[in-house]
Design a binder for this molecule. Structure first.
Ligand SMILES: Cc1cc2nc3c(=O)[nH]c(=O)nc-3n(C[C@H](O)[C@H](O)[C@H](O)COP(=O)(O)OP(=O)(O)OC[C@H]3O[C@@H](n4cnc5c(N)ncnc54)[C@H](O)[C@@H]3O)c2cc1C
Length: 416
């Protein structure tokens, strides 16, 4: 199957006429970004078709720590209770025998805790809420083949060989986006990193931690997230070049080499097999074009090292829904305005992620910086706030929260 389909060639006569069954918006990918957008647009009265190739509940390799900015959006959606999860108060870094605690910054209006929750649960809650939202037709187990193009504009999607048309197509199909690739929007990824994760159930005598713990070592980082039912997620991020031999063996070796982590996992049972994602990054030359917007990881993802990917997916879905409400009826100028605002929203977060990635390559400098942050808790907390999606480098509250206001509660507000 061709990835990019010219509608005139594939289905002559389908081009210029409006289809009888045309939705307002077609969304490829029912992950965090796609399902959230479907809920928000459905509540605004649009007709949406949402296509997800997987079946729920499904696993997704992730660190499973949702930052406070993401928690705020789940709360606005009315889905915080259904999402559940274990609260954590910040990120604690362990390096060279030292520990530095970065608390999420205080706020009067935003949550001050993140949530640790299994993706198989969180993604299912969001997809189900989308499916139950009036105006949304949500299909799981359905693969999108690629975009439909007519006279240089994206006018729909080819879905399992069938053409579907809409006024707007949203590619929320993840970091290895098929639609981004088909449109020729892929940009080269400079660095090949790999992420691998497994779940453990703590022994009865072990306490759950109220932190996401990050163990920084030469060549890799380990993320440890508290989860409900005494479960703990351990994720490792590593350069593929640094890997030799069995990944399973390397993973066991890494966590056992951290005395604090090894002590915490003593007597713990590994309850899931390892799941891996590679490459971790995805880059897009453009985030949108006439008729199409890329959303979430599909629009570009730097690295999970700062743990904000889910939050960025939720925030940008909210932003897109706000622009679509104002503009879907009018000209397409709104897409470029959305694009500009999204870039501003993500700028500091992405810069911070690049800096942390650079520091991971320069461990001596990283250790010095973390030592300095240990004695400047307010500065450390501010930077953690940038990664949490609630602050920018120069603002104590991201403009996004002051400008956007809460999302509209819909009839699905109390889904459980
Ligand atoms: C190892 C690792 C650790 C991470 N840790 C964290 C963390 O601790 N905190 C955090 O916030 N973020 C973390 N992230 C990032 C986070 O997982 C992503 O940023 C987030 O999932 C992005 O959501 P999304 O909806 O854009 O994409 P996804 O969640 O990937 O959803 C895309 C969906 O599209 C579907 N799809 C793909 N192709 C098609 C198709 N052709 N047709 C139909 N459906 C399709 C997929 O099945 C999937 O359900 C981590 C990522 C990795 C890899």
């Amino acid at each position: 199957m061709e990835l990019l389909v010219d509608i005139q060639e594939a289905w002559p006569g389908q081009g210029p006429q409006p289809s009888l069954h045309m939705a307002d918006v077609l969304i490829a990918g029912g992950g965090i970004a796609g399902s959230t957008l479907a809920i928000l647009l459905g509540r605004q009265g649009f007709t949406i078709e949402l296509f997800e190739r997987g079946e729920f509940p499904k696993e997704k390799p992730c660190g499973e720590g949702l930052m406070p900015g993401g928690v705020a959006i789940l709360r606005e959606l009315g889905l915080l209770e259904a999402s559940g999860g274990v609260p954590f108060y910040g990120v604690r870094y362990h390096f060279g025998g030292q520990t530095a605690e970065g608390l999420f910054p205080p706020s009067t209006s935003l949550p001050m805790t993140g949530r640790g929750q299994r993706r198989r649960h969180l993604d299912q809650v969001l997809f189900q809420a989308a499916a139950q939202t009036p105006g949304v037709s949500a299909h799981s187990g359905v693969q999108v083949d690629g975009p439909l193009v007519d006279s240089g504009k994206v006018v729909g999607l080819s879905v399992e060989g069938e053409p579907r048309r809409a006024r707007l197509v949203v590619a929320a199909d993840g970091v290895h986006s098929r639609i981004r690739h088909a449109l020729g929007f892929d940009a080269p990824v400079r660095r090949r990193r790999l992420g691998v994760r497994g779940h453990f159930r703590l022994a009865v005598n072990q306490e759950q931690s109220p932190w996401v713990d990050v163990f920084v070592s030469r060549g890799h980082e380990l993320y440890v997230t508290p989860l409900p039912e005494r479960e703990v997620l351990v994720a490792a991020l590593v350069d593929t070049e640094a890997l030799g031999g069995s990944l399973e063996r390397a993973f066991q070796h890494w966590w056992k080499a951290e005395p604090a982590l090894a002590a915490r996992l003593e007597g713990a049972e590994q309850i899931t097999s390892l799941l891996c994602s590679c490459p971790l990054a995805g880059r897009a030359r453009f985030g949108s074009a006439p008729g199409v917007v890329l959303l979430g990881d599909a629009a570009g993802f730097v690295d999970p090292i700062t743990g904000g990917g889910m939050t960025q997916a939720l925030q940008t879905a909210k932003l897109l829904a706000q622009y679509a409400r104002r503009g879907l009826e009018k000209t397409e100028r709104w897409i470029w305005c959305f694009e500009r605002e999204r870039r501003t929203l993500l700028r500091d977060y992405r810069a911070l992620t690049q800096m942390v990635l650079w520091l991971a390559d320069h461990p001596t400098l990283a250790e010095r910086l973390l030592s300095a942050l240990r004695v400047s808790p307010a500065l450390f907390s501010h930077l953690i706030g940038v990664s949490a999606g609630v602050r920018t480098f120069f603002r104590s509250e991201s403009k996004f929260w002051r400008a956007s206001g809460p999302v509209k509660e819909g009839p699905m507000g109390n889904v459980h």
